[in-house]
Write a protein that binds this ligand. Sequence first.
Ligand code: NAD
Length: 475
Amino acid sequence: MTNYPALKLHIGGAWRTADGAPVINPADESVLGTVPHASRSDLDDALAAAEEGFRVWSRTAPAKRAEIITKATGIMRGRIEDMATAMTLEQGKPLAQARLEILRGCEIMEWDAQEGRRIYGRIIPGEPGMRHSVLRQPIGVVAAFSPWNFPMSSPARKVGGALSAGCSIILKASEETPAGAVQLVQAFVEAGLPAGVLNLVFGKPSDISEYLIPQPSVRLVTFTGSVPVGKHLSALAGAHMKPAIMELGGHSPVFVCDDVDPAATAAKSAIGKSRNAGQVCVSPTRFFVQDAIYDRFTEAFTEQAAAMTVGNGLDPANQMGPLANERRIAAMEMLVADAKARGARITTGGNRIGNRGYYYPLTVVADIPDDARAMREEPFGPLALLSRVRSLDEAIEKANSVPYGLAAYAFTNSARNADQLAERVEVGNLSINHFVASSAETPFGGVKDSGFGREGGVEGLQCYTVVKNVSHLMA
Ligand code: NAD
């Protein structure tokens, strides 16, 4: 297929082929290619290569590391059209969003690369003749697992953090959307990254994680995906005394206070919700809207959602593409049927579009009761759940009642409201008056079941390091 790359493993600086499984285009259910599955001996080779890669890369000057990483992102930026097309083919998101994801992945790695030059230690004053030096050293070989919803920026988060801190990495990217990782690795090969520093494998996810995580050379586990899998992998990492970064699901509340314009906020909300067809861990989902503006907000949101064009992401006229796989359609159907049975009103959407390709419209579920399954389980799709609240206190209490704690959004012009939200909402990231949950320079991650550790910012890079204190008594 034109514009869809050959899919290969990358181990110890060389590409490898293997038998595997088909990759499906969610827009029409056609087969795009075959993703190779790594054998046990491929994984052993990747481990050996990553150990050697770590020896070389951890002793490479940070400025040289930054130069190679930045060269790779320059190559990716030059290929943005081909890469975006491949991403839309395998994942479904509209081309414009695919381009933005690639740029975002590049920005993340470029920021990390420069910050990698500033992983400073400390000198702690001691008694005369004694010097305590605190060093931050790269942790070692990283085993990384990235999901299907962001085929480029999620691998970029992990590769950028690991390589900028001086670590080597074995990346198991998504088998459902593998092209982004293959193209990213290709750019690093061309940029001159030493062999073994960045290895790429695919396969049956549980077989790979259960084999790699206990290996003595693996020193850190990073996973982005669902809460149940995250709990399983962090338990496995804990059993082998490995630290982990867990970027798991969310169920983002949106606080719409009665001091904002309901129509303008609804318009922004519809666009925020439609991004990647809602298949985003930070997707705005539970809209707690204050009584005075609830009806106007619901009406405006419904109008905006109904006007949203849904279709093949390769057509620039479409604002929302298909869902990435059939599992998401089944989940939307189940959650909508449950909400309706409990008395919610579907003001637009609510039914699958067509029967070829995984299309589902932006769906507004108004007056949703608190006990609806969608209010407690992450929908991970284009459902906007609207709940009427009397006060900000009530909204905060409801928002905090789920085990998730990743991102939250609020719309208000009141400093008091903003302060209350900042103090009391249980999340890792709160955005007030906008829908951007993270950027390259800010720490991103969750609390409660949404995980631990951070990606991005100084805090993110520090997760790829260990602290060593050296006490030196001058002779
Ligand atoms: P899933 O729970 O089967 O898988 C989630 C991800 O984990 C996938 O990328 C999968 O390849 C990987 N995975 C599964 N088992 C694994 C294992 N034993 N070892 C290593 N990796 C493993 O669910 P799904 O149907 O693919 O996705 C739907 C759910 O996943 C959503 O409800 C959402 O909560 C979550 N999800 C979250 C994110 C995120 O950005 N945090 C991304 C994708 C999916």
